[in-house]
Design a protein around this ligand. Structure first.
Ligand SMILES: Cc1ncc(COP(=O)(O)O)c(C=O)c1O
Length: 415
């Protein structure tokens, strides 16, 4: 991968881009919300489509010259429809957060009530945190996972809904390792006549491949990111029944966005096409198999996993019992020094702060893209443990780093 054209025009940007490429090649991303897209998706995103204004939707644009953009957006829509089986799909949201914003705009009024999972228990800022527009415009209450098991407590969600009478219940999470029973949340929404938004940002790919139960056709709306477990480039997506199609489309454009990012939509079209192949099915299965293998190794070593394990692409490690003197940030920093990139994360019942929480979140989408199977993942698990157990020992970190460097050459990226 060359940056010659950029270098000719702008050395400073070219240098930084080359640095980032090397960083990605020499490290492994274990950030649960990250992945590596194909070079075809990259080419779609870095294309002349960035020049085109196309406010509106295929066949109904406010600008001339949209015939090819129409074709591409329609391909993205058709492929998404096939992947997730929704009646209606909008592929224009610039991000998962924008997708959620459009759903709120479509069905809520300022001051309406949102019931969603607490951020410290695995929720997301856009589900109503006070620093986010959703927390500022709406009245928000949060449900929590069960303090003992780490699992969602569907009965308490139901009770909370009866008490709070929300206008919308948000499900779908940033750091919840277990399969979600969408029907049970739908029952809580039905009981109080609330909408149900299932935000599958993290598990879009797992749902598309059928390795996680789908909320499409159960919840009123499903939103997602297109760059986490599905490798279609940075962006968002909304799926809904036909009855909400017009409201959702108007809430995206003109309600909350201007011209769509046609180049990103080209990336989505290409990535969705890739996800329709049998290879993607095997990929998604391997993502989960690797997460389980990693969970087994870390548990055997004595680390405590929230909910005791995983059904998905991510693990949430609670360090408080096994390593009371190691915070999530200590672990994140030491692992980064060993070229293993993940993020510190709050855990249910968090006793520290969001800036220096008690856990780390580990995801397998990226390493699986790079070819890891369970055996390779188990070795990586041993290395992760070595570092967590020796965060202050430079020689241990150095020796893990040199093994990671070897592995990064064995499992290359963008050769
Ligand atoms: C559950 C959930 N929703 C929404 C988002 C936001 O996605 P984006 O970063 O594309 O805005 C995330 C991001 O991690 C997420 O985990």
């Amino acid at each position: 991968m060359e940056f010659d054209q950029i270098r000719e025009a702008d050395t400073a940007v070219a240098n930084a881009m080359e640095g980032e490429l090397s960083r990605q090649q020499e490290t492994f991303s274990l950030i649960a919300s990250e992945n590596y897209v194909s070079e075809a998706v990259l080419a779609g995103q870095g294309s002349p489509l960035t020049n085109k204004y196309a406010e509106g939707y295929p066949g109904e644009r406010y600008y001339a010259g949209c015939e090819y953009v129409d074709e591409i957006e329609q391909l993205a829509i058709d492929r998404a429809t096939e992947l997730w089986g929704a009646d209606h799909v909008n592929v224009q949201p610039h991000s998962g957060t924008q997708a959620n914003m459009a759903v709120y705009l479509a069905v809520l009024e300022p001051g309406d009530k949102i019931l969603s999972l607490d951020l410290n228990h695995g929720g997301h800022l856009s589900h109503g945190h006070h620093v986010n527009f959703a927390g500022q415009l709406f009245e928000v209450e949060h449900y929590e996972v069960d303090a003992d098991t780490g699992y969602l407590d569907y009965e308490s969600i139901h009770e909370h809904a009866e008490r709070f009478e929300p206008d919308i219940i948000v499900s779908g999470f940033s750091a919840y390792p277990r399969e979600v029973e969408w029907e049970r949340i739908q029952e809580a929404a039905d009981a109080v006549d609330a909408y149900h938004l299932a935000d599958i940002a993290h598990i879009t790919g797992l749902v598309a491949a059928g390795v996680h139960e789908s909320p499409v056709g159960v919840a009123d709306f499903a939103t997602g990111s297109t760059h986490k477990t599905i490798r279609a480039g940075r962006g968002g997506i909304i799926m809904c029944d036909e009855e909400y199609a017009d409201d959702i489309d108007s809430a995206v454009f003109p309600g909350s966005q201007g011209g769509p990012l046609a180049h990103n939509i080209a990336g989505k079209a290409v990535g969705f096409g890739e996800a329709l192949t049998p290879a993607f099915q095997s990929y998604a299965e391997q993502v989960v198999a690797n997460a389980k293998a990693l969970g087994d190794v870390l548990t055997d070593k004595g680390l405590s996993l929230v909910s005791g394990g995983t059904d998905t692409h991510l693990l949430l490690v609670d360090l408080r019992e096994s390593h009371p003197d190691v915070t999530g940030s200590d672990a994140e920093d030491a692992l980064a020094d060993a070229n293993l990139i993940l993020n510190a994360n709050t855990v249910p019942g968090e006793t520290r702060s969001a800036f220096d929480p008690s856990g780390v979140r580990i995801g397998t989408p990226g390493i699986t893209t790079r070819g890891f199977d369970e055996a390779a993942t188990r070795e990586l698990g041993e290395l992760i443990y070595e570092v967590i157990d020796n965060v202050d020992d430079d020689s241990v970190i150095e020796s893990v780093r040199s093994r990671v460097e070897e592995l990064s050459r064995e499992y290359p990226l963008y050769e």
